[in-house]
Design a binder for this molecule. Structure first.
Ligand code: SF4
Ligand code: SF4
Length: 368
């Protein structure tokens, strides 16, 4: 079995074939047989941490908003609060960060609502009865929506290998407590010799488990919940994750969470992946390292497994950029994800997603 994945090239020869117009067309192709007049449509995106600039541009998001409106839906932009203490840990900071990064009504044409409420405690539980979780948590604003349109910036990720549609739904649409449930296996492994004492990890730790002692970051293990955010934000790799089975468990938990969320929405769900600015780290970082491959295009599908598989394949089939974080694997066909995150078998989220019946790793790429 295979699924259709639509491919939108970034080449544009005239106004009629502009990326903007074709993106709106792609959104309509995905929605037109599924959306009903008046459907409250959650457009799930990542607004980007302040300082990052790899997130999906507001002008692209506007095309999706206009497509939803023209099909009779009522769009709103949404994301759930983060576990770590960055610029998006509560709804007020989150909205400020979204506006800082250019997401206002005047630019995107739709209201923004933070899906799990002011403090991240508005959610619903859904029974899934799977290997890791009996129940998963879904941010209330996503649960309440009639339709879920997921716009994902495809990039690499320190804990899951890559972040695409699966992670945007499974982790991104979970409330703070749901994110914590998924992260609980990680153990930070401080490397004092690499620590500059910048305190970025201290400021991001949701538990107060880190402090600066003698100009170095120091961990209080009994306070740590294993969220891994300190390793994500450390600019010098002075906090490593203890790699064991945890990345497999995390990926499985992301998939189980996505399973619960998607099952509440089907068939009113669609996915669009932007394979642009493919950074070695996620958009939760307050910076963006240069892309590891040239910009590739935009994908659309109803199948969350197929769209992420196609995104990985297109990145790995591309040339790698030498002035990037890649150490080797510059040739088409080489695994760029493994080069950046050698400890992570990124395929787990795809194979487990297929095993749970969320979609197929086989796909047919259709150019539009
Ligand atoms: S973020 Fe990294 S370099 Fe900065 S204090 Fe923490 S461990 Fe040290
Ligand atoms: S010390 Fe523990 S709780 Fe704090 S950010 Fe790191 S992994 Fe998360």
């Amino acid at each position: 079995m295979s699924s259709n994945v639509y491919f939108l090239s970034l080449r544009a020869k005239d106004e009629n074939h502009s990326v903007m117009r074709r993106l709106k067309r792609l959104t309509k192709i995905l929605l037109e047989d599924r959306i009903e007049r008046g459907d409250l449509t959650a457009i799930k995106i990542h607004f980007g941490e302040p300082g990052n600039h790899a997130f999906i541009r507001p002008v692209f998001v506007r095309q999706a908003v206009e497509a939803v409106r023209e099909l009779g839906g009522k769009p709103f932009l949404t994301d759930a609060n983060t576990l770590y203490k960055g610029g998006r840990a509560n709804a007020v900071d989150h909205l400020e960060s979204a506006i800082y990064n250019g997401f206002g009504y005047s630019s995107v044409g739709a209201p923004i609502m933070i899906a799990d409420g002011i403090n991240g405690d508005y959610f619903k539980e859904i029974e899934v009865n799977l290997k890791n979780f009996k129940k998963v948590k879904i941010a209330g604003g996503v649960y309440d929506a009639d339709f879920l349109l997921v716009l994902s910036h495809f990039k690499l990720h320190i804990e899951a290998g890559f972040g695409g549609a699966m992670k945007n739904v499974g982790m991104g649409a979970a409330p703070r407590s749901g994110k914590q449930m998924q992260h609980a296996q990680f153990k930070p492994d401080p490397r004092p010799e690499l620590c500059t004492g910048c305190a970025r990890c201290v400021n991001h730790c949701p538990q107060g488990a880190l402090k600066i002692v003698n100009k170095k970051s120091a961990l209080t293990p009994e306070l740590c919940i294993g969220c891994g955010e300190c390793a994500v934000v450390c600019p010098t790799s002075a906090i490593e994750i203890s790699w064991n089975e945890s990345t497999i468990g995390l990926q499985e938990k992301i998939v189980e969470s996505a399973y619960g969320i998607i099952k509440t929405k089907e068939p009113k769900v669609a996915f669009i992946n932007f394979i642009t600015d493919v950074s070695p780290d996620c958009d939760c970082s307050g910076w963006h390292d240069t892309s590891i491959v040239p910009d590739i295009g935009i994908l659309g599908s109803h199948d969350i497994v197929a769209i992420d598989q196609a995104s990985v394949d297109l990145v790995n089939q591309s040339i790698g950029l030498k002035e990037s974080a890649l150490s080797k694997s510059f040739n088409p066909g080489e695994d760029k994800l493994r080069d950046i995150h050698p400890h992570i078998d990124w395929s787990v989220q795809l194979s487990y997603g297929e095993e749970l019946g969320l979609g197929f790793r086989e796909y047919t790429l259709k150019k539009i």
